[in-house]
Ligand binder design. Sequence first.
Ligand code: ADP
Ligand code: F6P
Length: 472
Amino acid sequence: MRQSSLVVVANRLPIDDSMAPDGACEWRRSPGGLVSALHPLLRHTPATWVGWAGGTGPAPALPDVDGVRMHTVALSADDLRDHYEGFANATLWPLYHDSVEQPEYHRRWWEAYQRVNQRFAEATADVAEPGAVVWVQDYHLQLVPGLLRQLRPDLRIGFFLHVPFPPPELFMQLPRRAELLRGMLGADLVGFQRSQAAHNFAQLVAKVLDVPATDRRIAVDDRVVRIGAFPVSIDTVEMAALATRPDVADRAARLRHDLGSPEQVILSVDRMDYTKGIEQRLKAYSELIADGHVKVRDTVLVQVAVPSRERVGQYQILRERVEREVGRINGEFGRVGEPAIHYLTQPFDRVELAALYRVADVMAVTPLRDGMNLVAKEYVAARVDDTGALLLSEFAGAAAELPQAYLVNPHDLEGLKQGLLAALRAGPDDLGARMRAMRAHLHRHDIRAWARSYLSALDDSGSLLTRLSAAG
Ligand code: ADP
Ligand code: F6P
């Protein structure tokens, strides 16, 4: 077995199998924030990525992706149902997102979560060089740091949570709360998006495990576990370069023409997820049309909602509700050839996404709760001429970094409508000042700055960082 000095462990690999029209298996980049953040970072680094390739059955052998070794972990049909769709996405996901949908608790799901975490830990132990740095990602794998430390005490282990970490009042519901906290404490460094999440974690460790904890350090057994906030970001240089390419400019002009050359385009790009606030946004937009504040001929909404976790009941119900509402709004307010909402569920490549960001006069990112939201950052990075308005939920992690956005509370329908109108009606000077400030922030806090701050905290020798910057 070939071994690496840097191992990233994430539920998903950066590529995913999908069915081509002729039924053949086709590999494409997985949508979602985790891959968007880590993929550009690791490119050309001699690292191994341990993860699941989508689907069930034996793990396929995959070629390297941009110089990064792919090490697949297989999930059976039962694992998929009980670990990925069950404990990860119907217990932890809703619980960690303010319980905007009711979390479900089933003992069988917990058993699957333990089993799959054990499998990931064993696979990682096989591919990590002696003394390697291992970086475990996200809520699917919270037990891996602890399990891996038992198997390989020589490793330097980091854990990063991409989603929010809830306050004690919510987390205390979880039947296996102590085991999950202990699993995370197997890491040398536990990173969160926001300092509030690190605070929640420290409080819970003190309360549930009776271990003294501050928001920065926890002494457990004979080790110190450090905790902290490391807000994740994007490859701003890559997005800006993409957005200024002539073919992207042409594509953007074509898109605007195909949309009926409206005066203003509002864009939303989400995974189809109940945390993203899609229904609330549609309601606000349709009320603005009904009130006469927005005219369909002048303003269109493009809603991209790529299907996600499609076998989970709550996601199926959401999709039905969103599609019913889009149909209602288009039926009521659209005309032949002039829909009020252009609704798209396809995955897009980066070029098409950049063209969409260029077309959008207002980008509406209004999740009910979101760990970070990289779409908001991608939009800002793409607006190289400092035009455009970002309408952003206060409940997205990105709001703490982008206070110049039009900030809204998506639960407050009137506030949402006012925010959208303010963004639509803002003048170029105001927009320019806001966008410049946001772009300057992202320029300093891009994905490399994120990796630098996390990895230098994890690996104080600095050797890992040297290798990453040599590769990147
Ligand atoms: P989440 O991690 O919850 O999906 P983020 O906003 O942080 O949310 O990240 C979503 C990522 O997925 C972004 O990088 C975005 O560009 C990408 N993405 C979203 N929708 C699509 C789509 N239809 N096609 C391709 N990529 C998409
Ligand atoms: O952090 C949010 C997250 O779960 C990421 O792990 C992933 O990038 C994204 O949502 C997509 O989710 P899934 O892997 O379930 O398709």
